[in-house]
Design a protein around this ligand. Structure first.
Ligand SMILES: [Zn+2]
Ligand SMILES: [Zn+2]
Length: 97
């Protein structure tokens, strides 16, 4: 009997050890982010109609337009990313979908 939660190998990459569970399966942070990205709907830039590219910074997923460099955020992501966006000098679209 082991009363401590042991690190398990991520079932998605079979490489990273993790203590976190995602949908009842041991999942490392990188794989969890990848899964979340793959489930997000593709968005179209409202300015020029280009397909937005998904980028992630830790667990924050953003949609960035490859044409006008606008960045679109989901609700709750704005505060977390505002500082980073400012530092990188990105154009930030303050739109909540
Ligand atoms: Zn993994
Ligand atoms: Zn655009």
């Amino acid at each position: 009997m082991n009363w401590f939660k042991k690190k398990k190998t991520c079932v998605h990459c079979n490489k990273n050890k993790t203590r976190r569970d995602f949908e009842n399966q041991p999942t490392c942070g990188a794989c969890q982010t990848k899964i979340l990205i793959s489930r997000e709907p593709t968005r179209i830039c409202p300015v020029d109609g280009a397909t937005l590219l998904k980028e992630h910074n830790n667990e924050i997923i953003i949609d960035r337009c490859p044409t006008c460099k606008g960045v679109w955020l989901d609700a709750g992501e704005i505060e977390a990313i505002k500082e980073a966006a400012k530092q990188e000098g990105m154009a930030v679209g303050m739109v909540v979908f």
